[in-house]
Write a protein that binds this ligand. Sequence first.
Ligand code: ADP
Ligand code: F6P
Length: 323
Amino acid sequence: MAKEINTIGVLTSGGDAPGMNAAIRAVVREALYKGKKVKGIKRGYAGLLNEEIVDMDAKSVSDTISRGGTILQTARCMEFVTEEGQQLGAEICRKHGIDAIVVIGGDGSFKGAQKLAALGINTIGLPGTIDLDIACTDYTIGFDTACNTAMEAIDKIRDTSTSHERCSVIEVMGRGAGYIALWCGIANGAEEILLPEKYDHDEQKLIGHIINARKLGKQHYIIINAEGIGDSQNMAKRIEAATGVETRATILGHMQRGGSPTCKDRVYATTMGAMAVDLLCEGKSNRVVGYKNGEFVDFDIDEALAMKKNIPDYMYGISQSLV
Ligand code: ADP
Ligand code: F6P
């Protein structure tokens, strides 16, 4: 018999992402609509262990759908990786009458949710990360906004790069994954896209491409370099020394994590938030919501964590052929 859920907790964990507030709002409002109580847990698992738990009502999430960041704050918490930390987390949930938690974060956060589920607290994970590096889903909350933010910044860099006839190395976030780099590379029509999953580190070949482009009369040369490769400042110096083309590096950094979420991030995050509550009300636990082949779906967290994700071959191919 499925356990009846009366009170649902919600937390954000790991790096923040635009759209997390839309997801929190949907969790709160859908839970209230279904007659459940909601508690917000501040600062991820760290806040759970510190009992930073607040009652939430419909008004707690007013005026939040358009706001970047997360109103619940987020944190990384090493104590929760330990068995003692997880036991304490489950005990605190019981003490506060929380029978279920919606965890918005990445793979690391889902591992925490998996542990809580095993300790009797029903959990649902929502994929919240700008990196798109969660295997069970084609969409993660915040990726669309981060790509749009980076794309607009890169357009601006391209303007000045063209005026000065420079080469630009622009580093985008993504941790070990190259999805933001791939999407921006295509959206900005970059001459070169360096992804950790694909780059062969043949800098001589890259330098040859720049020299050739200059001979053909190209006034700029935009290289989108993924954070997982990094070293952009030194790369720019080496390129300038080898080609004689003035080269500047820009690391876009945390601006990619902020800002008002795009329409897509608001709508998808809202759908996922509501779905998390619906799954809990059906008695489901240890599940993660994803978006696959045009549909919102859910997977067992254990299966989701075992899945592998690759850079789509066709997209990568065109990023190379359309330069
Ligand atoms: P993300 O969720 O974006 O992948 P992290 O990997 O930093 O980010 O994980 C966020 C938090 O999730 C960690 O700080 C920790 O509290 C929790 N977490 C990560 N791995 C585990 C684990 N193996 N077991 C329990 N909790 C974990
Ligand atoms: O996971 C999101 C992300 O922004 C990554 O792209 C990046 O590598 C990391 O978080 C940065 O983390 P921090 O905010 O701790 O510097």
